[in-house]
Ligand binder design. Sequence first.
Ligand SMILES: Cc1cc2nc3c(=O)[nH]c(=O)nc-3n(C[C@H](O)[C@H](O)[C@H](O)COP(=O)(O)OP(=O)(O)OC[C@H]3O[C@@H](n4cnc5c(N)ncnc54)[C@H](O)[C@@H]3O)c2cc1C
Length: 484
Amino acid sequence: MTTTSDKIMNRTQDGFVHHANSGLKSGLNTTATITSSTVVANTNFDVIIIGAGFTGLMAARELSLKNRKVLLVEARDRIGGRTFTTEFENEKYEMGGTWIHWSQPHVWAEITRYGLSIVESKGATADRLSLLFDNGSRLKMASTSDLFTEVCEVMNTYSDVDGVQGRTILPLPHDPFAAKEINQTYDKLSMQDRLDQISSTLSKEMYEFMDAYLSMNSQCRLSESGFIDHIRWWALGDYETFRLFDKTSRYKISEGTTALAQAMLNDCHNVQLLLSTPVVSINRTDDNNITVLTQNGQLYAGCTTIITIPLNTLYKTQFIPPLKSEKQRAINERQCRGGSKFAVKLEEPIGKWCGYAPYPNPITMAFTDDEDGSIIIGFGMEDLIDIQDLNAVKFELNKFLPDIKIKYIIGHDWRNDPLTGGTWGWYRPGQVTSNLLTLQENEPPLFFASSDTANGWRGFIDGALESGLTIVRHVEHYLNEQTA
Ligand SMILES: Cc1cc2nc3c(=O)[nH]c(=O)nc-3n(C[C@H](O)[C@H](O)[C@H](O)COP(=O)(O)OP(=O)(O)OC[C@H]3O[C@@H](n4cnc5c(N)ncnc54)[C@H](O)[C@@H]3O)c2cc1C
C-alpha cells in the first residue's frame, strides 16, 4: 500500500507536550497519521482486521501478499497502536513501545527486511545511580559496579525456584505450556510471594531495590503481578540479569517505531485502511460470515475477522452471538494495567544516569536516553503520578536529582487511554494457566491475535509480530478449507 502522506507530520489526538516556562500544553506530531482509504460500498472482504498496531499490520501485510482482500479498521487517527514516534524540537521520542533486540526473532526479521538500524539508550548502562529508600525520604548515590554484583546474585536467587533458574517451568520460553503441570504450580505465585520467600536473605536496601526493579518490569504492585511472567522474561533474557536489561531496555530503532509501522503498511498489497473508525460490534451471520459495525454506523462484511484489540479493552466490544462463556470470562478479567511512561527534556545535560525507587514512589525507574543525557525517560506504577502535571513530575524527579531543571515533559497516558487500558502485558497470578489458551483460541470466522496473548515476548513488539504471523497461518488455513 502506498500513501501520499507517508512522511508528512500531522497532529495526532494522542499524547501531549507541556512546557515548563510558558506553561503551554500542545499535542504531538507524527508521521503515523495517514489518509484513510475510500472503501468501495458492498465490498466483501476476505479478512477484516480490527486494530492497526503491529499485530494488525503484520496480519494485513502477510494476508494481502497472499492476495487476500483485506480491510484494516483502526479506531485511532494513526497506525502503530501502543507505539508511535514523535519529533519535537529536533528530538525523536517514542511514546510507547521502544526497545527491541536482535534476540527477538520476529522484530529482528523486520529490521533486516526494511534495512532499519538500532541506536543505544545511553542511560541503560549508566554507572551513576540514584536510589531512593525509606519511602522516598533517603537518597543514596551508588555505582553500577558496586551494586550490580549483588543485584545479579539476588536476581539469580529470586528466579531460582526450582534449582535450575526456572528452566523446568519454561524449558522452551516460546512455548508457555511445554511443562504444563509445573507451570500450574508456579503460576499461583505472585512476584511478591516470591520476594517474601527470599526476603530473609536480603538487606533492607536490597529488598527495596528488588521491589523497584521488579515492579518496574510488571508496572504493577508485585502482589498482583504473576511470577511466571517474571520467569518468562528471565528465560528469554537467557537467565542472566545484564542480558535481560540489554534485551528489554537498551536498543531502539534509530528511525523510530513509526518508520517500521509505515514500512509494513507500505508493503501491503491493496489493503483498505480506515483510521478514526472504532468498531463497536462484531456479528456472525447465519451463513457463517461476519459483519463489523463501526461507531459511525457503517457496516462492513467479510468472510473472517481478526480482532487485535488490546486485552484490557476488548471487553467493550460486543459479539453477536456472544463468545464462548469461558473466553468472555477471560476477556472480562483483563490483565495488569501497567502505569506511566514519560520523557523530560532537561535544561542542562547530566550524562549517563539511572534511578530506582520502590512502591509507593510515583516514579519507580528513570534513566537518561540520549547521547549527552539531556533527556530522561521515566516510568511509574499505576496512577501514582499524573504525567501531564509537570510540577508533580519535577517534584518527584528532584528527589532523585535535586538540581535538575525541566524544559518540557512529553508523553501519552496509556493507562487511561480508552483504547488501551494499560501499557505492556503482564498477567496476574494464575492467569497464564487459566486464561492464555482460552484467549488464543479462535472461534472461526472470528480470529484473535495480540501481543497480549503471544507465546514468547508477550507484551512486546516482538510478541505482536509473532501473534500477527501466527494468526495469518490459521486464517489462511480456514479460508482455504472454505474454498476446497
Ligand atoms: C508505555 C509503553 C512502553 C512499552 N515499551 C516496550 C518496549 O520497550 N519494547 C517492546 O517491545 N514493547 C514495549 N511495549 C509494548 C508494545 O508496544 C506492545 O506490546 C505492542 O505494540 C502491542 O501491539 P498490538 O498490535 O498487539 O496492540 P496495539 O498496539 O495496542 O494495537 C491494537 C490496536 O487496536 C486499536 N483498537 C482498539 N480498540 C479498537 C476498536 N474498538 N476498533 C478499532 N480499533 C481498535 C487500537 O487503537 C490499537 O491501534 C510498550 C508499551 C507501552 C504502552
